[in-house]
Design a protein around this ligand. Structure first.
Ligand code: C8P
Length: 285
């Protein structure tokens, strides 16, 4: 069809902790949008699937080739970073984080990236055909880049991973996981409220939980209008892959009657959930 092919960004995370000259560990994960699909543990030789469709449309042979590449990479990485730490006399312990991925936009070239952070701050990324320092990177990063950019084999492999493997894998895994990734799960909503000690105010809380995908809207309403004092919370993950959101309102006790919480989410269509505040929702502090 001509309809734009919707996909989701594919992200790979690596965390490496270097304790001393001879000890380090590397762990990783892969995400498609907000869904974790792989885990790569220090204890394990292989990258493990967290979803049955996490191999996407890759053949067993393609997947085995990648497993092998990352096995070699992980041990090479530890060795090379220990060597770099010696060259620049870095202090232990230190942490390296790698964040890589791609996003496939319908009708245009995929965008891919690798960012490297040292002690939580970005220092290096891969651009075009080579490794480059970020503008405000420490001086010593230059020394490392000279060595790193000398390795043409690695530069070629990184380009292949970014430009070919990542977009191809992202498309395939999205295809394979489509029904689960595009699932719609309805939220449950409930109200609680408590007296604010030492005042005649109530703190009203509207809880919205168990929905998927992430975008959701909730608001305290009064007389058909959105209450301007509504405090939006962050949307945070539940442990089962669904999301949780709460909105709160601090009101004088006598103004609570007539308040309602209105919830909208893609799974509800235009059937918003509306919950009316009542004394029964008060909880004892
Ligand atoms: O393994 C390789 C190539 C594959 C690189 C994959 C990078 C993936 C990054 C990533 C992973 C997980 C999540 C996110 C992102 N190269 C290593 C082995 O290389 C040898 C030869 O030198 C090559 O020419 C080629 O023949 C290869 C064939 O197997 O074998 C190589 O040792 C490499 O250096 C490993 C590290 C590459 C990543 C460098 C990141 C830059 C970090 C700078 C920070 C410095 C801080 C120091 C305190």
């Amino acid at each position: 069809s001509d309809a734009p092919q919707r996909t989701l960004p594919l992200h790979c995370l690596q965390i490496s902790s270097f304790t001393n000259r001879s000890w380090s560990r590397t762990d990783g994960s892969t995400w498609l949008g907000d869904v974790q699909i792989h885990t790569w543990s220090h204890d394990s030789d292989i990258i493990r699937y967290l979803k049955p469709w996490a191999g996407g449309t890759f053949t067993d042979q393609q997947w085995e080739q990648l497993q092998h590449l990352f096995r070699v990479y992980r041990s090479s990485f530890s060795r090379d970073m220990q060597e770099f730490a010696r060259i620049v006399q870095a202090d232990y312990p230190f942490e390296l984080q790698l964040f890589a991925g791609c996003e496939v936009h319908p009708g245009s070239i995929p965008e891919s990236f690798i960012h490297v952070a040292f002690q939580g701050s970005s220092i290096v990324h891969f651009q075009g055909t080579s490794w480059v320092a970020v503008p405000d990177a420490p001086q010593w990063v230059g020394k490392i880049l000279q060595v790193l950019n000398h390795d043409l084999g690695t530069r070629a492999t990184v380009q292949w991973l970014l430009n070919d493997t990542c977009p191809q894998f992202a498309r395939g895994v999205f295809e394979a996981g489509k029904s689960e990734l595009e699932k719609q799960v309805k939220p449950e909503a409930w109200l609680t409220g408590a007296r604010t000690p030492g005042s005649d105010h109530l703190l009203l809380v509207c809880h919205v939980s168990g929905f998927y995908p992430k975008p959701a809207w909730a608001m305290w309403m009064w007389g058909g209008q959105e209450h301007p004092d509504t405090q939006q919370g962050d949307t945070v993950p539940n442990t089962d892959g669904t999301w949780y959101l709460r909105v709160t309102l601090d009101v004088a006790a006598e103004q609570a009657a007539g308040l309602a919480c209105r919830v909208n989410h893609s799974s509800l269509g235009d059937q918003d959930i509306i919950l009316h505040w009542g004394e029964k929702d008060l909880v004892q502090a």
